[in-house]
Design a protein around this ligand. Structure first.
Ligand SMILES: Cc1ncc(COP(=O)(O)O)c(C=O)c1O
Length: 416
């Protein structure tokens, strides 16, 4: 344990495999780039960039269509991505549907469960959801006259589990929760909540956009019926997300989009669907992104997800300590880095987040300022915007020092 901790500390000081991420060598406004926005999207290692380019250079063709060599290669790469994700999350390939994004996957579920719902049923989400796991359920509730229930957040930035007994009754047919909050960093007890949801017969969906690729995680660990995530938040390409599910649940889900590839037979009288998961994959997919994502998984497996997690935790602990030392700065979320993902959001009463991020950008430091697609949560926190620093495998401790120095610079300008 001690040696693992020491290794994590050493790694945090320098960042893991930084040299594999070409963009980290660039400068911004004449300063070396300090990229602290990995929760929005992670940077891409050379192996992912090369795999995407190699696909277009050597294998580009449409999938599942051409009876020719390139078509076969493209199909093999596309299906290879499905198998790699399945192996990673310890499920069968047929349990993995390749989507455009986590958002697309959630919308698919929010449109495809209609036949299990009736007027007056309820959906339970939480107050800390990203809009991607909130708005589709709000739209479903409006469309089908359902009640949208919201599990509140405590002052300490955790889910108020004491309220579950009131909110989770037999009328609740869907429970949709985030695993790791993209604002508070809070790691939610999803397995416990999904277990309680199953006891009342509700479908469960876990939004794992901030946890897959950031900690060891098998699909079964979440206790969920369905799980979604995006490749671009775990070192993979943009335009690629996944819906992972229990086979009996996926079999009950209606497709959202009709078109090529998702059918078995099309007749003038009607159409039958292809097998799961192909029925959820209408049209030409992002084959290049699928071809590249296994390189990101390979990099994370080379590092070991336990070490990736230890690195993020170490950096988070360091950031919490350094930021807490800044007079008046308000930090949101749990104080214990073991209960958080690799990000810290804060509010500086002396400098507006947009001013702060502009000054930081002049210093080459990229952070996110705003509501981070979580307006209901910001309302709960009593602020319209926060500044968020978020970390990846490549993040080094001195980048957090640069952030702290940058905040002090901004204070000199805005609160002299
Ligand atoms: C917790 C969470 N869920 C969902 C999403 C949506 O991901 P995407 O935009 O890749 O669909 C994000 C993106 O920031 C997120 O942080």
């Amino acid at each position: 344990m001690r040696s693992r901790h020491a290794a994590a500390e050493r790694a945090a000081a320098g960042g893991l495999l930084r040299e594999r991420f070409p963009i980290l060598g660039r400068s911004v406004n004449g300063r070396p780039l300090v990229y602290l926005d990995s929760a929005a999207t992670t940077q891409k290692p050379e192996a992912v960039i090369a795999a995407e380019a190699a696909y277009y250079r050597t294998s580009n063709a449409n999938v599942h269509r051409g009876l020719h060599t390139l078509g076969d290669e493209a199909t093999r790469l596309y299906e290879g991505c499905r198998s790699a994700v399945a192996g990673w999350l310890a499920v069968a390939p047929a349990q993995v549907s390749i989507q455009r994004s986590a958002t697309a996957a959630i919308n698919l579920v929010a449109r495809g469960w209609d036949h299990h719902l009736k007027d007056g049923d309820a959906i339970l989400v939480t107050e800390m959801e990203h809009h991607a796991n909130f708005v589709p359920w709000q739209m479903l509730a409006a469309r089908r006259k359902l009640e949208l229930r919201v599990l509140p957040v405590t002052d300490g930035g955790e889910l108020d589990l004491a309220r579950l007994d009131d909110l989770l009754d037999g009328r609740v047919k869907i429970v949709a929760i985030g695993h790791v909050s993209n604002v508070l960093g809070t790691v939610n007890p999803v397995a416990e909540i999904c277990g309680r949801a199953r006891d009342v017969g509700a479908l469960t969906l876990v939004d794992a956009a901030q946890s897959v690729g950031h900690r060891p995680l098998a699909f079964a660990d979440t206790g969920a019926d369905l799980l979604v995530f995006s490749a671009h938040k775990c070192y993979g390409p943009m335009g690629l997300g996944f819906l992972v599910g229990r086979p009996e649940v996926l079999a009950e889900l209606e497709p959202l989009e009709g078109g090529g590839e998702m059918i078995e037979w099309v007749r003038l009288e009607g159409t039958t669907w292809a097998e799961v998961p192909h029925r959820f994959e209408a049209g030409t997919p992002n084959v290049a992104a699928a071809a590249a994502f296994p390189a990101a998984i390979a990099l994370l497996e080379e590092l070991g997800l336990a070490d990736v997690r230890a690195h993020e935790q170490e950096l988070t602990g360091y950031a919490l300590e350094k930021l807490a030392a800044l007079d008046g700065l308000v930090i949101f979320g749990p104080g214990d880095p073991a209960r958080r993902g690799g990000l810290v959001s804060f509010h500086d009463p002396q400098v507006h987040p947009h001013d702060l991020s502009t000054i930081l950008d002049q210093l080459g430091i990229a952070v996110r300022a705003g509501h981070h697609c979580a307006q209901p949560l910001h309302r709960r926190l009593g602020v319209v915007a926060t500044t968020r620093a978020s970390f990846g495998v490549y993040t080094a401790r001195d980048e957090i020092d640069a952030l702290v120095a940058g905040i002090l610079e901004a204070r000199k300008v805005f609160a002299p």
